[in-house]
Design a protein around this ligand. Structure first.
Ligand SMILES: *Cc1c(COP(=O)(O)O)cnc(C)c1O
Length: 733
């Protein structure tokens, strides 16, 4: 330690000692407060604090500060903070958290004041906030997480409602043959920043739902995400039947009965929990159909409180409800048999005074058709006056798909608009890029990432500097990948020679493509390998080679998806691909963050128009990566010819085989003729000028538009404020 540092340290410690006799306790409490609000997860200074306390444990514990602090006594923490000179950083971080929580001057206060007394209640089956809180599986969860983070920062009054999954989604590892194996790990609740939500008497809240076959109960956990409280229903309570105690153990596990019971807890249970907590929402936002039973409980409550008739109560509740649909595939919408619905919603149906047929018709496109199953999207649409899809193209698809619900309207008049999703900049942005923007943009630019003006500043950037930062990030990504690959090899018990090879795999000078997402078959992870010779030629080009990194999980019941994983994982046994095509196991938010911060190109090649959005591509934008994508989801409205690359011309054929063949050929063409030559074309300074120009175009045109701040502002203006009875502002189709 240098002498200056040690003097500073002594000054600091003595200062703290004299200022506060209880500094040991005080310091411990401040760290606890920081660990127990997920605000830390998008505030790098605070994250670094935890990391610096114990860097190795930090990584081993999945970057979980609650678990980390459990390993310290207050005294030991004090000692460690002294050693590491952390006092002023901890005090400063704590002060910032307090200021953040107390601040009243926000975008929301100015633009969504009507929500002040009666917040938005945001329902979602999953929330992807951070890798240490495993209650998400993929894109829907990450979107929900990003939504509530932006609502918090913008000061849009919102409470979130979800389910507590005691085992989360599975952890993935591959067998030596490349076949996916699933492991379920119990989450220790005491390692999460969760507290029991308390009822009016200060007791842990338990909610109860009557069904035709008995009671279903849940306790409620509260997790603080910045200014947004997140309430999670947990069925593991005494008094529930044994099979119900594990009802919320796993995300998307079990059968149809599990699923409807989970959805009953999320929607009806969630509304009951808010009532019991004295929270009276002005708006109900159903993020996807899983929670669409919820408004029925609101209607019941309204009938009881205000003596309204069902029809009048429905009309009023629908005015307050916002429904977002995410699924362009008809089979992807939850549908239940009338028997299951009657078993679970029967008692509520009685209270609503509806006949069996009347009730079932709420979930049917054709109310008269007794054979039609009960569809959660249909009831969601019928119980909400405001409905939206998640991109412009998905809006067209959704209006067509649900046009039968409004047979008297032409397609363009179907009342499903669109608000294109975005990502939470602070959560996905690499620190080095943030520092770079700090130097270019006005102070406090992070508070207006959803506005176009600040991003224009990127045109002043020095191309050489941007390129250098990108290459630093790429090198960091490669070390992360090597670490992962080494531990994968070690687990499989491979030889020392294989380990040594893994330690040096990949080359930072080579064009690096990333592909990571769920291995659903429509995402076509194998499209690049439709012609093995042609891709081998690309990968092994002596002057202009390519390397590709894959990651992603297949749903445990998705056999074709698992075969796609195996196909790619097994390329490591083919000498043409062994060192240049890798698969990283156990895709999660952490793996994703590393990938999107360091790749040159993010590849997305779904079968159009099945990708409603494709969030991950938005995460590379602000980090300087370029998108190479089918013109589907967000890319159909984002691509302008010079801010990334397009595969094909944005059309599709009715026959999948024809589409796949054509898209496969288009993918090779754009790689061979545009992407690879542009990446390797260097000027006299060794810079790929044209490429860097595209990085700049991408940042300038896309970063603000596809940020979740812009998205939440759109929801507030076009959905929340009108639904809360404020001035209306029409949503675009
Ligand atoms: C962003 C993200 C996704 C969603 O990616 P898509 O491109 O929408 O498929 C899925 N999983 C994780 C862990 C993510 O971070």
């Amino acid at each position: 330690m240098s002498s200056i540092e040690s003097i500073l340290q002594r000054m600091e410690t003595s200062q703290t000692h004299t200022q506060d006799q209880q500094s040991v306790e005080d310091l411990y409490e401040k760290c606890q407060a920081l660990a127990n609000n997920l605000w830390w997860s998008w505030t790098p200074e605070v994250e670094h604090l935890f990391r610096d306390l114990e860097p190795v444990r930090w990584r081993q514990l999945d970057h979980n500060p609650v678990a980390l602090l459990k390993e310290f006594t207050p005294e030991r923490l004090f000692e460690r903070a002294t050693e590491m000179v952390l006092f002023s950083r901890i005090n400063q971080a704590f002060r910032r958290l307090k200021e953040y929580m107390a601040s009243r001057q926000t975008w929301g206060a100015t633009h969504a004041g009507v929500l002040g007394a009666r917040p938005v209640a945001y329902f979602s089956a999953e929330f992807g906030i951070h890798e240490s809180l495993p209650i998400y599986s993929g894109g829907l969860g990450v979107l929900s997480g990003d939504h509530i983070k932006s609502a918090s920062s913008l000061g849009v009054p919102l409470v979130a409602v979800g389910l507590f999954y005691a085992q989360g989604y599975f952890r993935q590892q591959l067998s030596p043959e490349g076949y996916q194996e699933e492991k379920y790990i119990d989450t220790l609740i005491e390692n999460l920043p969760a507290r029991p939500a308390l009822d009016a008497n200060g007791e842990p809240l338990i909610i109860t739902i009557e069904t035709r076959t008995g009671k279903l109960m849940a306790k409620v956990w509260k997790i603080q995400v910045g200014r947004v409280p997140l309430y999670l229903m947990d069925s593991n309570v005494e008094g529930n039947r044994p099979e119900d105690r594990t009802l919320t153990s796993r995300l998307y596990g079990g059968d149809e009965r599990t699923r409807i019971r989970q959805e009953l807890l999320l929607g009806v249970g969630g509304v009951k929990a808010l009532q019991a907590l004295g929270i009276n929402p002005g708006v109900f936002h159903l993020n996807e159909g899983h929670s669409a039973f919820g408004p029925l409980e609101v209607i019941r409550h309204r009938m009881e409180e205000d003596g309204l008739h069902f029809d009048d109560a429905l009309r009023e509740v629908a005015m307050q409800s916002v429904f977002t649909t995410h699924t362009p595939v008809p089979a992807g919408h939850d549908r239940f048999s009338p028997e299951l619905v009657e078993e679970h919603l029967g008692p509520l149906r009685d209270q609503l005074g509806l006949s069996y047929e009347q009730f079932m018709s709420l979930g049917r496109v054709d109310p008269q058709n007794p054979t039609e199953p009960f569809c959660m999207t249909v009831i969601g649409l019928k119980l909400s006056r405001t409905a939206n899809s998640v991109s412009q193209l998905h809006g067209h698809v959704s209006r067509r798909m649900w046009s039968h619900l409004w047979p008297w309207r032409v397609e363009s008049e179907i009342p499903i608009g669109h608000i294109t999703n975005g990502v939470h900049s602070s959560s996905w942005l690499a620190e080095q890029m943030r520092n770079f923007y700090d130097r270019l943009f006005p102070a406090n630019w992070m508070s207006s990432v959803g506005e176009p003006e600040i991003w224009q500043g990127i045109h002043k950037a020095d191309p050489g500097e941007l390129w250098e930062i990108h290459n630093t990030l790429k090198t960091m990504l490669l070390s992360f990948i090597r670490r992962r690959v080494v531990s994968q090899c070690r687990r499989r018990g491979e030889s020392e020679a294989a380990l040594e090879k893994a330690r040096n795999v990949l080359d930072p000078t080579i064009l690096t493509i990333g592909f990571a997402r769920r291995f659903a078959t429509y995402k076509r992870a194998n499209l690049l390998f439709s012609d093995l010779d042609r891709v081998a030629a690309l990968v092994n080009d002596p002057c202009r080679p390519v390397q590709i990194v894959f990651s992603g999980k297949a749903h445990p019941k998705d056999e074709p998806g698992k075969q796609l994983i195996q196909l790619i994982a097994q390329l490591r046994t083919d000498p043409r691909f062994a060192d240049r095509v890798l698969f990283i196991e156990d895709y999660d938010i952490n793996v994703c963050r590393h990938l999107v911060q360091g790749v040159d190109v993010w590849l997305n090649n779904p079968r159009r128009p099945l990708e409603a959005l494709g969030t991950s591509g938005q995460k590379v934008v602000l980090n300087g990566g370029l998108n190479l994508s089918i013109l589907d989801g967000w890319w159909a409205e984002a691509y302008d010819g010079v801010n990334g690359f397009a595969i094909g011309k944005g059309s599709h054929h009715l026959n999948d085989a024809v589409t796949d063949k054509r898209d496969g050929a288009a993918l090779y063409e754009v790689l061979e003729n545009e992407v690879v030559p542009m990446f390797y074309k260097r000027d006299i300074d060794g810079l790929p000028r044209e490429w860097i120009k595209r990085m700049i175009n991408s940042i300038a045109t896309l970063a603000w538009r596809f940020s979740s701040d812009r998205m939440v502002m759109d929801y507030a203006r076009h959905a929340y404020v009108p639904a809360a009875g404020g001035l209306s502002c029409q949503m675009e189709n």
